[in-house]
Each structure stands twice: as structure tokens, then as C-alpha cells.
Write a protein that binds this ligand. Sequence first.
Ligand code: ADP
Ligand code: MG
Length: 160
Amino acid sequence: MALTMKVSTPEETMAIGQRLAPMLAAKDIILLDGDLGAGKTTFTKGLALGLGIKRNVKSPTFTIIREYQDGRLPLYHMDVYRLEDGSGDELGLDEYFDGDGVSVVEWSQFVADELPDSYLRIAFKRLDDQGENVRELHFEPHGQRFITMVQQLEDGQNGK
Ligand code: ADP
Ligand code: MG
């Protein structure tokens, strides 16, 4: 079961993250893949809003990990683009994945070896030929928990 959504503004991308947030629990892992500027951090801002996080979510590009503790659940926001091969271990990614919060990982292909079996991957794609703000979000759930979650997201989309 996979789901594709098309959006045409940053606000729409945020709104999807915001809708996903109430479904999340500790130890959930959301992987965000797609080119620079595709909307991964924008989506995370919406997700943070949905978790009730008041702090401004900034891209963790240079810090690799930023933690937000002021919401319903801790948010561990990671951008592993600059991580060198295999150094995910040293960073202790496992402890975040298995921690008390939700892990959101941008550029997850760089830590593919460290990933558990159950996670939600969202692939972001710019559809430039349809307008400069048009994006496609492709939801790819791994494991029953996330299959159900994506189903709920789709039902919500269809007003069910
Ligand atoms: P990434 O984290 O994937 O590199 P960002 O979310 O940091 O991308 O940046 C996306 C940029 O594209 C932002 O400046 C945002 O305002 C803009 N943008 C335009 N349309 C969209 C859209 N539909 N969804 C998300 N971002 C969009
Ligand atoms: Mg980003």
C-alpha cells in the first residue's frame, strides 16, 4: 500500500506533516528523501506544529541533529547528508531511533544500513513542469503500523 499526494504550496506540505503528527508515538521513524529544496524541512516544520512544538524548526544541515522537547513527544530531527559513511553508529542513531521521541531523518539513504524494519519513508519530488511550487509526496510504509497510518492519512484526505 503506497500513497501519492500532490501539493502546490509550502503550506500544503506543512499541513500534511501536521495531520501525520497526532498519529505518531515514541520510537516512530519517518524518513524524508528527495533533492535539496524538495520540501523535507518544510514538512518537518508542519509535523512539529502538529506535535505542539513552539520552537522554530530549523534545518539541522550543519548540526546533523536537533532535538525539540517542548511538544507532545520529543522530536529528533536529523539531516544526515554530511554524515560520512558508517559514522551513523558513532552518532548513536540507534539511541534516537529507540528513544522516547519521534525520529525524522532527512537524506536517509546515507544511513540505510542503520535502519530498523519498521518505518515510514516519504519521497519528495519537484514537479517543475507543473509549476515551481508543485511537489509530489510519495508515502512508502514499511511494517504494519505504518501501513495503517498511511491508510488513515488517505482516508482523512478523502474526507472519510
Ligand atoms: P529540503 O529540506 O528538502 O532541502 P526545504 O523544505 O528546506 O527543502 O525547502 C523547500 C523550499 O521550497 C522552501 O523555500 C519552500 O518555501 C519552497 N517550496 C515551494 N513550494 C513548496 C511546496 N509545495 N512544499 C514545500 N516547499 C515548497
Ligand atoms: Mg532540509
